[in-house]
Ligand binder design. Structure first.
Ligand SMILES: Cc1ncc(COP(=O)(O)O)c(C=O)c1O
Length: 376
């Protein structure tokens, strides 16, 4: 942290959305209105049916059919996963994860003594269903399989539709649920909507996790899970013992902004801004990184994953990059699950939280640090 507070540092490290793009005016209006209208906006309150109805509509945009009794509102996707882990996991059980995965999930598993069992994944093709099948047939009985179909953190990959279908078929046949973390699914940069998530193919074996963090603001702390209705009862018990209810004011303000169809204008604006940042980053990498670099051009989400020449150790590079070049990233090793192939020569770069001109500067600086490291 002391390193990261250097003046002039360009940070591609944290996975933050752009705060200058938050819909602050719309949220301020919505909060003022709900407070003026009804003091219960500050009361303890069960999850709002009006919010669940909006979530059902959002899910329909993702190609998912669900009902309000399958929706469980949580304090962000992170809490949604935490609740699911607590409901699905007997202490010490295995969880199948991609061998480069979201560190937040590993942090949830750790206190439960759960063992993440890595299966292969790839920045171009996503989770390897053969590896999943192999693990399951060789006798690993996981409590669930955790994967991100779109905007993978850290790889940026979106799983091809055929892989999604195969994963669902495997889950059904082996009777192992998939927890599909779709925190970034609404942030895609192609034409039309993103590919439908795995949950669109199965409502029994895929538990979906969603969030308003990336499309409205993470400070609201509102997300959701979509699960079979009997599971929502278990989740409610765990939720009540944890934090009673998801912040009432935030829930009501979100309903208000969604009633006024904010996302119809806000989402295209976000997508356009992030698409420009992604393209700037990918272009700058092509210009300033070694030509052997394998880099993703993510169709969704907030991260570019770069695989550099194998002799480069990005954990070592980090200190020089910050101290000498004033640029930060997350070394690949941070995302590699224990016991999996290492990711020492890789790095995750966040593009959503840095303005395009700063992206150019930062990538050029990082290219200098990489060249120096490779030269010896
Ligand atoms: C893959 C993934 N899942 C979940 C989360 C947590 O999101 P939330 O703010 O909704 O808790 C993040 C946050 O960065 C994330 O990258």
């Amino acid at each position: 942290m002391p390193l990261m507070s250097r003046p002039g540092l360009v940070s591609f490290a944290l996975g933050l959305p752009a705060s200058e793009l938050f819909p602050t005016a719309a949220l301020a209006r919505a909060m003022a209105e709900v407070l003026e209208q009804d003091p219960r906006a500050l009361q303890y309150e069960a999850s709002l049916i009006a919010l669940k109805t909006h979530i059902v509509q959002l899910m329909a945009r993702r190609g998912v059919t669900c009902t309000t009794d399958q929706v469980f509102v949580s304090a962000g996707a992170q809490q949604g996963m935490n609740m699911l882990v607590r409901v699905l996991l007997d202490a010490g059980r295995n969880v199948l994860v991609e061998d480069r995965t979201y560190t937040g999930l590993l942090q949830v598993l750790q206190p439960f003594g759960a063992r993440p069992v890595p299966v292969a994944t790839d920045a171009a093709t996503g989770i390897d269903p053969d590896a999943v099948e192999h693990a399951l047939t060789r006798g690993v009985r996981p409590a669930f399989i955790y994967t991100m179909s779109d905007g993978h953190n850290p790889l940026g990959v979106s799983t091809p539709p055929a892989t999604r279908a195969r994963m669902v078929e495997i889950a059904r046949r082996h009777r192992v649920p998939i927890v599909e973390d779709d925190a970034y699914g609404l942030l895609h940069y192609g034409e039309g909507e993103a590919k439908p998530p795995m949950r669109s193919l199965d409502d029994q074996w895929v538990y979906y996790v969603g969030s308003f963090s990336k499309v409205l603001a993470p400070g609201l702390r509102v997300g959701w899970v979509v699960v079979p209705p009997d599971l929502t009862t278990h989740l409610s018990i765990v939720k009540e013992s944890t934090d009673i209810n998801t912040a009432t004011l935030a829930q009501r303000a979100i309903v208000r902004t969604l009633d006024s169809d904010l996302l119809a204008t806000h989402l295209p604006r976000l997508r356009a801004a992030y698409r420009e940042r992604r393209d700037t980053m990918v272009r700058a990498i092509a210009q300033h990184f070694p030509s052997e670099t394998r880099v993703s051009r993510p169709p969704c989400g907030m991260f570019v994953w770069a695989e550099l020449p194998e002799r480069l150790d990005t954990t070592r590079l980090f200190v020089d990059a910050v101290e000498t070049e004033r640029v930060a990233f997350v070394p690949g090793a941070a995302f590699a699950v224990e016991g999996a192939r290492p990711a020492l020569h890789c790095m995750r770069l966040n593009f959503s939280n840095v303005a395009p001109d700063r992206i150019e500067t930062g990538i050029e600086r990082l290219g200098n640090a990489i060249r120096r490291a490779l030269a010896g």
